[in-house]
Design a protein around this ligand. Structure first.
Ligand code: ADP
Ligand code: ZN
Ligand code: ZN
Length: 772
């Protein structure tokens, strides 16, 4: 008899162990990674098999030693799917659930295909099994058959003739034929019986255009890979380090610390090439916003159809098809956002994380994993290699390269084309304002913009929007309209003259007078992209320059991002104005000016990473200028011209920045010197939340005292910076532990034991990225 360990697909903390079920002999296709239907209490539930084991059915003690009561042992009822993951995937899910103190089923779900899993749905009275909504789709194709040559349709058989004519120039989808000719199925059947045509069912790949030209493999034959440039000295050294790591097969990590334009992508491409040549597969993670068609094209250009792509702007059907290509082994490289890490790539040999410092590699719902750290775990487990790339590596990564023997750092100090980094000018906006210049464009930036345009070149302007947006302020009483259910001010939108909450979407019209004091003097503060755009247009009046705005509003439609970039590329003299999304990956030869309109809004956020983020952002955006023959320049407008983050970024001096930042981190107890866990407590009732938070903090303090030691600390429960969000009250408890400590082994038992409450939610964020 076989026994299966099943993780139930029921997201509560208390169900965080696998349950043992018997696997009846007739369920031959049960294997690790399958979805199964099992009895649970007085209903049925979906579960995932994470382990299978053969035991002697005659020997009752075989069960007892495994802690299974033979009387209570129930049997798996059905196998619902093929295997979604292997033993290593199952082990990874366990690791995630422990490391990040998250429900096991939320971790297992990471490994399941997009949209393609069975679910139990409650219909009000009972539970019903719902088969996957998303699955493979087939197309019917038709082409001329062996009897087509001598075939003469009767004069009256108009449709037969039309079909044969249409097929003369090649095969077609039946759907296309019916679009042309109306219903064709009975005629096709007749023709097929005479072998005049051949009908065939073929898997369609949604969204890729593949499948239209035939099967997946057919295109690969005519594929010509893009040319490979001669490696720069730095690139060659980086590859040597990666090759050495791959030879060791010991889970090494290589940081490619290369300035913008140093050709990190070429390093990735070569490393992938070697990986594929040794029969292994590669996963490439790219920040969601840089997953543009250009990025994908660089990988497809070299490796063709063996590249699968995964990101959230694709439909579920498209993602399902890509996932399945990976599972089948047809795709050997996947380029995707964070979640691509969990795709079922057989024989994984290499993981690459581009722009590893990016915040989007932290998942903000359970399991709250850090993709970089999970990838490091995965490669260690598989004897594979992890390559991290960035022009501004995170402080944590730099620290590890310093401390750990198997974390290696290689530096690409020069751009691939040998051009110098653009010169950066810091513009003190406080001084500008003091001398009576009130525009959001300083005189220097205005002059530079006009010069750039007149030279027929391009400029990129960054409006730094994190934690920053325009809002309304009463000049008489200081009232700022807030969202009724979140503790944030409402954002003012010029278009439609409305106030919008960016957390919950609440909308209200701009009041004609102050709701508090009745004053008509309501000032619009801050500057959204729309207002900056309006001012920019007036600054550039008469120059004929095209202004392209790129922000959340203008890029929400599918493909809009791409269209705007194309518009910018094809215009001669033009200005691209945008939010953070423009800081990455733009590669236009004729961009000679980069301006940062407001560098320091992040510096003032109550977040220990603010200075690091400011430093990185400026370095990244500066990298967009002067990438080709034309020299570039960068102008950074700031009210904090003396701050170290800005001064250091302006001189490309990371050492200077770290010299200022690291002692602060050490003193205040922040990463990389400590590990943190942020315990969030939230609910609709304010006093209940406060009470639960205080109680929990006492529990945590006791546990930490008993099990961890004096170097740990538990900060008292406090309201979060965002103390109200979507109508809930939020408190948090911060736990700090020395670097390298096993936070989860101390905290996990406490949270596993905790009874879930109906009204107050608790979540743990281990290694938090954001503590608002
Ligand atoms: P990064 O990702 O490090 O910012 P990219 O990979 O985008 O840099 O490369 C910058 C530019 O340099 C690209 O246009 C790329 O085609 C080019 N490039 C990369 N490697 C080489 C090389 N060895 N020789 C010449 N050009 C190169
Ligand atoms: Zn007022
Ligand atoms: Zn709100």
């Amino acid at each position: 008899m076989r026994l299966a360990q099943i993780i139930l697909d029921i997201p509560t903390q208390s169900l965080d162990t696998a349950y043992t079920y018997a696997v009846p002999d007739d369920l031959v296709d049960a294997e690790v990674g399958c979805a199964v239907l099992v009895p649970f209490g007085n209903r049925q539930a979906i579960g995932y098999a994470v382990a299978l084991e053969e035991v002697d059915a005659e020997d009752a003690s075989a069960l007892v030693v495994r802690g299974v009561d033979p009387v209570k042992l129930k049997a798996v009822q059905r196998v619902l799917s093929h295997s979604y993951f292997d033993e290593l995937g199952a082990a990874c899910a366990h690791y995630l659930s422990e490391e990040y103190i998250a429900p096991l089923c939320s971790c297992v779900r990471l490994f399941t295909p997009p949209g393609g899993v069975p679910r139990m749905v409650h219909t009000g009275k009972y539970w019903r099994l719902e088969e996957p909504q998303i699955g493979p789709v087939d197309d019917r194709w038709v082409r001329l058959g062996p009897a087509a040559a001598g075939f003469e349709p009767k004069k009256t058989a108009v449709k037969q003739k039309a079909i044969v004519d249409a097929l003369a120039s090649g095969e077609l989808r039946v759907a296309e034929l019916s679009m042309e000719l109306g219903s064709v199925s009975s005629v096709l059947k007749t023709l097929a019986e005479k072998e005049v045509v051949v009908l065939e069912t073929r898997r369609r790949l949604r969204g890729t255009g593949a499948g239209e030209a035939g099967s997946h493999g057919a295109r690969a034959e005519s594929f010509v890979p893009s040319a490979k440039p001669d490696l720069t000295c730095g690139q060659a050294k980086a590859l040597e380090a990666i090759d050495a790591a791959q030879q060791r097969s010991a889970g090494d990590v290589v940081l490619v610390d290369g300035v913008t334009g140093s050709g990190k992508t070429e390093v990735y491409l070569r490393a992938i090439e070697t990986t594929l040549a040794s029969g292994l597969g590669a996963i490439v993670l790219v920040p969601e916003i840089s997953l543009t068609p250009q990025t994908v094209a660089r990988f497809r250009g070299r490796f063709g159809d063996t590249v699968a792509v995964m990101h959230s702007r694709m439909s579920q059907g498209e993602r399902y098809d890509q996932w399945d290509l990976i599972r089948s082994g047809a795709a050997r490289v996947v380029v995707g956002a964070r979640s691509a890490l969990f795709t079922p790539m057989p024989d994984l040999g290499l993981i690459i994380i581009d722009e590893e410092h990016e915040g989007s590699y932290k998942q903000d719902s359970a399991p709250r994993y850090v993709a970089r750290d999970v990838a490091a775990w995965m490669v260690a487990e598989r004897g594979a290699t992890l390559v991290l790339g960035s022009a501004t590596p995170s402080i944590e990564t730099l620290y590890r390269c310093d401390k750990y023997d198997n974390w290696h750092r290689v530096v690409l100090a020069e751009r691939a084309n040998g051009k110098p980094m653009p010169e950066v000018t810091v513009i003190d906006m406080a001084r500008e304002f003091g001398s009576g210049h009130r525009s959001m464009f300083s005189r220097k930036l205005t002059k530079a913009l006009i010069e750039t345009i007149e030279a027929g070149q391009k400029a990129v302007l960054l409006l730094n929007q994190r934690g920053f947006a325009s809002f309304l302020l009463c000049r008489e009483c200081g009232f700022v309209p807030e969202c009724p259910s979140c503790s944030t001010s409402l954002t003012y939108h010029e278009k439609g003259s409305v106030l919008v909450c960016h957390h919950c979407g609440h909308k209200e019209p701009v009041p004609p007078v102050c709701p508090e004091c009745g004053s008509p003097y309501l000032k619009k503060f801050g500057a959204g992209t729309q207002r900056v755009e309006a001012e920019l247009v007036s600054v550039l009046e008469g120059t004929g320059a095209r202004v392209v705005r790129m922000d959340a509003d203008t890029t929400s439609a599918k493909g809009a991002h791409q269209k705007l970039l194309e518009e910018f590329a094809s215009a001669g003299a033009a200005v691209l104005l945008g939010t953070q999304m423009i800081a990455k990956g733009l590669d236009f030869d004729d961009v000679t000016l980069v301006g940062v309109i407001n560098a320091d809004t992040m510096l003032k956020l109550p977040d220990f990473r603010s200075a690091e983020r400011t430093f990185s952002l400026i370095e990244q955006v500066a990298g967009r200028a002067g990438r080709a023959d034309l020299p570039g320049r960068v102008m950074v407008q700031t009210y904090w011209a003396d701050s170290c983050a800005i001064q250091a970024a302006a001189t490309y001096d990371r050492a200077l920045f770290l010299k200022d930042e690291l002692p602060k981190r050490r003193l205040l107890g922040y990463p990389p010197y400590v590990r943190m866990a942020n315990v969030l407590v939230w609910g609709k009732d304010e006093s209940e939340v406060e009470c639960a938070a205080r109680e929990l903090s006492a529990d945590i303090e006791r546990t930490v005292l008993e099990q961890a030691g004096e170097q740990w600390s538990v900060l008292p429960a406090n309201p979060c910076v965002l103390s109200r969000l979507r109508g809930t009250y939020r408190w948090h408890i911060v736990v700090k532990a020395p670097m390298g400590s096993d936070v989860s082994s101390v905290l996990l038992p406490l949270f596993r034991k905790r009874k879930a409450s109906k009204t107050v939610n608790v979540a743990v964020d281990v290694d938090p990225h954001d503590m608002l």
